[in-house]
Design a binder for this molecule. Structure first.
Ligand code: UDP
Length: 501
């Protein structure tokens, strides 16, 4: 036996981090990317998925293969508190927020106390589940909060108490899903979100602010959970300094240790390329909870360069039939080629196999220039050379994916953080146009025309600049790259405090 061996044997195992996302597609996507980055840095990771999402993830991806090469990685599951048949989308997503708070919360504590996760040295919990801090503190486990939204949205959420204090919310007699077209009040500038005084309008506030009363349970939930983040050891955000620097300075007045490590999907790629072995490279990166229809890639291959508008409203938005028809006419009338993701459940009453009674000119227009799928490999689609524009609901993952791919956006925010994101895309970053609160075929047509033709040059320039900055941030020496290295060191240091160590 050499002298080295006894020492090696006594080395403690790497810290184990428990990652706990809110059970939605966008949250799971970015937290799985974070999980893989931690694994690549040699940490052990337990990923706590909802039973519901885990079943779907295993069914529709090769997620087990993606993580099989990390011996310290494991999945655990927990209930999200809803019955299997619950739709978990559109307005009903609010029920998920409440069930996670009332049902999952005590169970999470119980699982930790009873040692069901084994050794846990550190928790990285989704910041929308603010209660995780109390549980971690009670058990003496260091905890970080990860918010899967943009810094600008986080800051708007964080400013809700000031907005209430100043009487800027509730936005009078409006509720989350009501159309606000033509309401001048909605265009008034809001003064209580520091750093956004010159461009943020009532209309751009998070959708929960459109309620009749400040005691609205959703507004209260978002406010209360977001206020918890300064109590975590640190805040982790999926963004980068060159994109959101000024707002990050505001956030750091309240959460001094804020790590920006995004765009995570691009960061993951950089680190993977460094560590690459054949096994790592061969597994796909899909985290989809729906079956991906790859036939759209073959269709894209046949389309001219930058000619296609990609249309997707993410995993949660539900369009009314009127909205669907207005979008459809707008897109067909614009005469642009289009690839449209229409989840089967994205229009109420739309059931598999049932005919939808769609006007014949839309059916014909789609045959001529369009292609529709139920779910697409979005990152790949946005990176395809045929794609020249994105009609999006401004979810944060979609926005970052578009930024990295250099694709300009027409934004039609649906709810939550998306109202803020779309304002930044159009007014601050100048990466597209904002169609917020309007859904009219002539406006859809006009905005697609602006994006693809009239203002094309302007957007080509602004998106190309941002591609450079986003890629630099996750390259060796870039801000997100260095912040992530710092985060790993901090996790290692803090893990030594854990009583389970
Ligand atoms: N997505 C996908 N295929 C689709 C539509 C969406 O892979 O056909 C992915 C997309 O790449 C993104 C996520 O689903 O990572 C949606 O997250 P986002 O934050 O944009 O919106 P949300 O679904 O949370 O509203």
């Amino acid at each position: 036996m050499s002298n080295m061996e006894p020492q090696l044997l006594s080395l403690p195992p790497p810290p184990r981090v428990l990652i706990f996302p809110f059970p939605c597609q966008g949250h799971v996507n970015s937290m799985l990317n974070l999980a893989q980055l931690l694994c690549l840095s040699g940490l052990h990771v337990t990923f706590l998925n909802s039973d519901h999402n885990h079943d779907r993830l295993v069914r529709h991806t090769d997620i087990q293969a993606r993580f099989a090469c990390y011996p310290g990685f494991q999945f655990n599951t927990i209930t999200d508190g809803l019955p299997v048949e619950h739709p978990r989308e559109g307005e009903s997503i609010l029920e998920l927020c409440f069930s996670v708070n009332s049902i999952t919360r005590p169970l999470f504590r119980e699982m930790l106390v009873s040692g069901q996760f084994g050794l846990v040295n550190c928790i990285i919990a989704d910041g929308i589940m603010g209660y995780t801090i109390d549980i971690a503190n009670e058990l003496g486990i260091p905890i970080f909060h990860f918010r899967t939204i943009s810094a600008c949205s986080f800051w708007a959420f964080f400013s809700i108490p000031q907005l209430i204090e100043a009487g800027e919310i509730p936005i009078k007699e409006r509720c989350v899903f009501v159309t606000t077209e033509g309401n001048e009040d909605m265009d008034a500038l809001v003064k209580s979100v520091p750093g956004m005084e010159t461009f943020l309008r009532s209309r751009d506030l998070p959708s929960f602010c459109r309620c009749s009363d400040v005691s609205n349970p959703v507004l209260q939930l978002v406010k209360n959970e977001t206020q918890q983040s300064p109590r975590a050891r640190a805040l982790i955000l999926n963004t980068f300094e060159d994109l959101e620097g000024p707002i990050l300075s505001q956030i750091r007045t309240q959460c001094p240790t804020t790590y920006t490590i995004g765009p995570l999907h691009a960061h993951r790629k950089t680190r993977l390329a460094k560590h690459a072995t054949n096994t790592l490279q061969s597994s796909s990166n899909s985290s989809s909870l729906w079956e991906v229809d790859r036939s759209c890639m073959t269709w894209l291959d046949q389309q001219p360069l930058l000619s296609v508008v990609y249309i997707s409203f993410g995993s949660l938005a539900v369009l009314t039939r009127d909205q669907l028809i207005e979008f459809w006419y707008g897109v067909v009338n614009s005469k642009k080629n289009f690839l449209w993701v229409r989840r089967l459940d994205s229009t109420p009453g739309n059931k598999e196999g049932e005919s939808e009674d769609i006007p014949v000119e839309l059916v014909e227009g789609t045959k001529e220039r369009g292609y529709m799928v139920g779910w697409a490999p979005q990152e790949e689609v946005l990176a395809h050379k045929a794609v020249g524009g994105f009609l999006t609901h401004s979810g944060w993952n979609s926005t970052l994916e578009s930024i990295v791919a250099g694709v300009p956006m027409v934004c039609w925010p649906y709810f939550a953080d998306q109202q803020v994101n779309s304002r930044f895309v159009s007014e601050v970053w100048k990466l597209g146009v904002d169609m917020k609160d309007l859904c009219d075929r002539t406006i859809v047509e006009q905005m697609l025309n602006d994006l693809m033709v009239e203002r094309r040059e302007e957007f080509v320039k602004s998106t190309a600049e941002m591609v450079g900055l986003s890629r630099r941030s996750v390259s060796e020496g870039g801000s997100s790259y260095c912040n992530f290295d710092r985060l790993i060191e901090d996790i290692k240091l803090m893990s030594m405090e854990s009583p389970q160590c």
